[in-house]
Ligand binder design. Structure first.
Ligand code: LLP
Length: 415
């Protein structure tokens, strides 16, 4: 059922969003359990069934209820910080279900992850390798490592979310990766188990993934001819979603995912393959529910001011990202306007110059695709409390899965 209009009123899995707003207030993130489950099932059918290991990149949305849901579906978790490690532990993920990525890890993070016996570290630089060697030695352990390769492939996405080009800070050149793999004796407390790549995010064309797979086929065959063998290849995440029509069924994305899985199975058949998707699992399972504070004109420019802001959804300000805008009642004429929040920044906009329904003061506005990189990138700028997260369950009950931050809590940090 998902997000649909029933009697011209927007519902999530049969629950009227007007009632949700009445119960929990706005702004608020609303997630559909049905869609979350469906997304996980699609990823399982496409990838796990073909022998891939799938680890959810929890940076996309680290709500423990969502993490538990994916854990129960058998997915692992990809973490990038101590906070994410602690949250994974809190949710009951076991060490072998966790891998630690990221371009810089502190000594404390390395020690904690070693102690927790995580499956492997994705290592991105010489300094990190040396540090991990030292910490593993100190702990009397051998750390499993996948080296992150920067293949210099254009993911054809927004420059801020491209990671696989050589001007990006991520990964290491093929020469450096090759160097480490042919000098493993220098790191007796590291087990070099494979290669990891992540070329970017919100990739909607299969070609960059094909290029990556073909590149890895060639790279691994050169390494093999030099006697370098390993078992694991992690292709990262980056699978894009439809921001233009967030209510589209994920089955529309399935052929895209399948084509990548098939190509990888064919070209990299000797390896245990991994992926670490974030966005595709959560983005279109969520919306941001906001209320219109009022309308204003500046010259011939029309602004709709809502109670949600860049503090709830920074993607439009940061990447010029498109998020669709819906009215709660779908019987409205449209006009061109900017949707802006109350934050004291000109960049505080959720949509610009957009043909949207006309909204009256106090009406509800729905911003689509707010399941990924929305609440997880939230901030308290202007001392705005973090907004609550609500899950609409399979049988139509709503559950507060993160409370609205209280002002007392915000103030107490300063004492
Ligand atoms: N693996 C690694 C190493 C990553 O850096 C990322 C995302 C992922 C996996 C998951 O990528 P996904 O499947 O979600 O595309 N805040 C940006 C996205 C930043 C992505 C950072 N890394 C946005 O809102 O578009």
């Amino acid at each position: 059922m998902a997000f649909t209009y029933i009697d011209k009123r927007l519902h999530c899995d049969g629950v009227d969003l007007h009632d949700v707003a009445g119960k929990y207030g706005t702004p608020a993130y609303i997630y559909s359990e049905q869609i979350l489950r469906r997304n996980a099932d699609v990823l399982k059918n496409v990838f796990v069934e073909r022998g891939f290991k799938v680890s959810y990149a929890m940076k996309a949305n680290a709500n423990p209820t969502i993490l538990n849901l994916f854990k129960n579906k058998g997915l692992g978790v990809d973490i990038v910080s101590e906070g994410e490690l602690r949250m994974a532990e809190h949710c009951g993920f076991k060490g072998p279900e966790i891998n630690f990525a990221g371009v810089g890890k502190s000594i404390k993070e390395l020690d904690l992850a070693l102690e927790f016996k995580i499956d492997h570290f994705n290592v991105e630089s010489r300094f990190e390798l040396e540090q991990l060697e030292e910490r593993a030695k100190n702990a009397g352990k051998k750390a499993s490592v996948l080296l992150r390769l920067n293949p210099d492939i254009d993911p054809q996405t927004h420059p801020h979310i491209s990671t696989g080009l050589k001007q990006n800070k991520f990964g290491m050149s093929p020469e450096k990766v090759r160097h480490f793999l042919t000098h493993t004796e220098m790191y007796p407390h590291i087990r070099f188990d494979g290669i990891h790549c992540h070329i970017g995010s919100q990739i909607v064309q299969p070609q960059p993934f094909y290029d990556l797979i073909d590149y890895l086929e060639e790279f691994t065959s050169t390494l093999r001819s030099e006697g370098v063998e390993f078992k694991h290849i992690d292709l990262g995440g980056g699978f894009g979603v439809n921001y233009n029509d967030p209510f589209e069924d994920i089955l529309e994305t399935t052929p895209f995912l399948e084509s990548i899985a098939e190509r990888a199975k064919e070209k990299l058949r000797d390896y245990q393959l991994h992926i670490q998707p974030g966005r595709v699992l959560v983005a279109n399972a969520g919306i941001l529910l906001t209320r219109v504070l009022g309308n204003k004109e500046n010259g011939d420019h029309h602004f709709v001011i809502v109670d949600g802001a860049t503090t709830d959804l920074i993607r439009p300000a940061l990447y010029d990202a498109y998020h669709s805008v819906y009215s709660y009642q779908n019987d409205r004429p449209t006009h061109v306007a900017d949707v802006v929040g109350p934050v004291c920044e000109s960049s505080d906009a959720l949509a610009r110059n957009r043909e949207i329904p006309e909204f009256a003061k106090d009406e509800l506005m729905i911003i689509g695709s707010a399941g990924a990189y929305a609440s997880s990138m939230g901030s308290t700028y202007n001392l705005r409390p973090l907004s609550p997260e609500i899950l609409v369950g399979i049988s139509g009950e709503t559950q507060l899965i993160r409370d609205r931050q209280s002002f007392d809590e915000m103030i107490s940090l300063y004492q």
